[in-house]
Each structure stands twice: as C-alpha cells, then as structure tokens.
Design a protein around this ligand. Structure first.
Ligand SMILES: CC(C)(COP(=O)(O)OP(=O)(O)OC[C@H]1O[C@@H](n2cnc3c(N)ncnc32)[C@H](O)[C@@H]1OP(=O)(O)O)[C@@H](O)C(=O)NCCC(=O)NCCS
Length: 157
C-alpha cells in the first residue's frame, strides 16, 4: 500500500532572490514572456507581488499594481507542470483578498481572447468583460486584441 503525500504549498511575497525562478516560470508559460527586467521593475515599483511555492519550488506568481481605489492585475501565472491543480485560483483569491485589504474597489486585467482557461477562471471569480484593447498583444500573426475584465471588490465586513 502506498500513501500519497500532499505537497506543501505556500503563498508569500516575492523577493529579489526569486527573480530567476519567476522568469523561468514566465518563459515556460508564455509564448511572449516578460523579461526578468520587467519583473524586477515591478518589484522595485512596489507592486503587490507574490509567489506560490510547491514543496519549496516557485510554481506560480501574481503581480498587481494598485493606485487609489483601483488595481490592475498585471500577471497571474502557474508553471505548466502545476496547472489544473487549483493553484491559479488560490493565487487569484489571494490577490482579491489583498485588494480588499487595500480598500480597492475595482480590479482590472487584460487577457488574450484566445486564453479560454484564464477567462474561465476570471469569470468564475466574478470578473466581467468591460471592453477591448485593439492590437494590445504581440502574436504570431502580428498583433492580437486584449479583452479587459473588471471585478468589484467587496470590502463590506
Ligand atoms: C490561467 C492560469 C493561471 C490558471 O491556473 P491553474 O492553476 O491552471 O488553474 P486552476 O487549476 O486553479 O483552475 C482554475 C479555473 O481555471 C479554469 N481551468 C483550469 N484548467 C482548465 C482547462 N484545462 N480547461 C478549461 N478551463 C480550465 C477553470 O475555470 C478552473 O476552475 P475549476 O477548477 O473550478 O473548473 C494558468 O493556466 C496559467 O498560468 N496559464 C499561463 C499564463 C496565463 O495565461 N496567465 C493569465 C494571463 S491573463
């Protein structure tokens, strides 16, 4: 008989020492990844950045900028080897909780219309389609539009 061991998972703030691992996850997950410099700039700018560790390995992260009553989810990513296990939802829930703590009223994000997995996650977390940004993303065939989603953050006790 074999006993299955649940992996140890934790969410924690992103640190400069995480940058290499985060950039590696980024490269594995996107066709047009952010450079390590972009992630570093987000950290330096004080954006709300967290990593998701599975058995001590950085397997996902999120980056959110906040100003006034609005926040922008700039990146949410789970390494392909760890997708479909509920980790993306845990990251997103944590982002929304942080937004609530910051008295944010609305969180915005852009996503490729072709990214049906992410859209399904965002819709199930209360995000609604509010618009389109034409030619926002680099793509294999030139540019691709982004769809913009927004969610209200319920800060009521
Ligand atoms: C989008 C992403 C963060 C989701 O993370 P994940 O850990 O795989 O997702 P979860 O396992 O937490 O699943 C959350 C929801 O996503 C959707 N989803 C997950 N896998 C799916 C699949 N294979 N097909 C369709 N929907 C799927 C479902 O709505 C799921 O909710 P459910 O389990 O209640 O049905 C992840 O796929 C990813 O990092 N993709 C590459 C980077 C990216 O595109 N980020 C978004 C940029 S805007």
């Amino acid at each position: 008989m074999s006993a299955s061991v649940r992996p140890q998972t934790q969410l924690r703030p992103m640190r400069p020492a995480d940058l290499k691992a985060v950039a590696e996850v980024e490269r594995s997950s996107y066709q047009f990844p952010w450079s390590i410099g972009i992630v570093r700039d987000c950290l330096l700018a004080g954006y709300h950045s967290q990593v998701f560790e599975v058995d001590g390995v950085i397997s996902g992260y999120s980056i959110m900028s906040a100003a006034g009553s609005e926040a922008h989810l700039l990146n949410l990513c789970v390494h392909p080897g760890y997708q479909g296990l509920g980790y993306g939802r845990r990251l997103l829930n944590s982002v929304l909780l942080r937004a609530e703590e910051l008295s944010i009223e609305r969180v915005f994000l852009e996503v490729r219309p072709s990214n049906l997995v992410a859209i399904s996650l965002y819709r199930s977390a209360g995000f609604e389609l509010i618009g389109t940004r034409p030619s926002y993303y680099q793509s294999e065939r030139g540019r691709e539009d982004a769809v913009i989603f927004a969610a209200s953050v319920d800060a009521s006790p």
